[in-house]
Design a protein around this ligand. Structure first.
Ligand code: ATP
Length: 247
């Protein structure tokens, strides 16, 4: 494995190499699956095309996501192996600022990996991590992939699902949840299903949602509701696609 200390900070692709290193490390610790490496590769390609920066429409969507999380009765941040490897501290910070729960939810669920991710998040400051009870099911998904916590994702009104696969994103939307999806591919089914699609790298998106949430923390409910109501999800997706095509 590349030693992170070997990557010079002035390397033009420093951030991208650092991200890759975190995923490699996640695989070695049993936090990230091998399929997670493929997802990372796909993400890198789209990030390259986006210029490896948060485009203005993504920043807008991140502000809307912050408002939506602050408005939620019961928000849950869903964490998979890539999310845990890339942004453990940042997810804990976002949960603190918005009052959301954290739940581990895996496409390829194994007890070992569930345990490794819960421990990893706790090492990064998470107090309560849901996902181990798995006492409820998302309707329409086969047994293992539909498992969630009754008092977590199952009852949540707002769910942040970064890097989610299309089937599960659709099944959660069919349950009537307001979904916030972070995904670098604007053509993927998950952002296309989301009420709030954020086309940005998770390493930039999560801290930026937190920064917006801090800034909006004392805003009146009516102002938060107006921010959410004015959001145009179709335009956000179109804008990301345009940014990719116009490079
Ligand atoms: P769908 O069924 O929705 O089409 P998919 O098959 O594209 O989903 P996967 O390959 O399982 O889904 O998931 C990987 C997705 O996550 C890709 O769309 C990829 O662009 C995105 N992705 C990978 N790394 C990141 C990252 N660091 N930040 C944001 N998105 C990422």
């Amino acid at each position: 494995m590349t030693d992170v200390g070997e990557i010079p900070e002035d390397h033009p692709r420093y951030q991208s190499l650092l991200t890759r290193h975190r995923i490699e490390d996640g695989v070695e610790r049993g936090v990230t699956s091998k399929q997670g490496l493929i997802a990372e590769g796909r993400g890198e390609a789209f990030d390259y095309l986006l210029g490896e920066e948060t485009i203005p429409s993504a920043d807008d969507a991140e502000r809307v996501a912050a408002a939506q999380l602050l408005l939620a009765e019961h928000a849950v941040l869903s964490v998979n192996g890539n999310v845990a490897a890339l942004v453990p501290n940042e997810i804990v910070a976002l949960a603190e600022v918005t009052g959301a729960d954290i739940e581990v939810n895996l496409f390829n669920r194994t007890d070992e990996r569930m345990g490794a991710i819960v421990d990893h998040l706790r090492e990064h400051g998470a107090e309560e991590v849901k996902g181990l009870d798995a006492d409820a099911r998302i309707p329409g998904l086969e047994h293992e992939r539909g498992k969630v916590d009754e008092d977590g994702i199952y009852v949540a009104d707002v769910v942040l699902v970064p890097l989610e696969d299309g089937d599960r994103a659709e099944a959660l939307a069919a349950m009537g949840k307001t979904e916030i999806v972070i995904d670098l591919n604007p053509l993927s089914r998950s952002p296309r299903t989301a009420a709030i699609p954020i086309v940005d790298n998770i390493v930039r998106a999560v801290p930026n949602v937190t920064a917006h949430a801090r800034e909006l923390a004392d805003a009146p409910r009516a102002e938060l509701e107006a921010i959410v109501a004015e959001f145009d999800r179709e335009e956000a997706l179109r804008d990301a696609e345009r940014a990719i095509r116009d490079i």
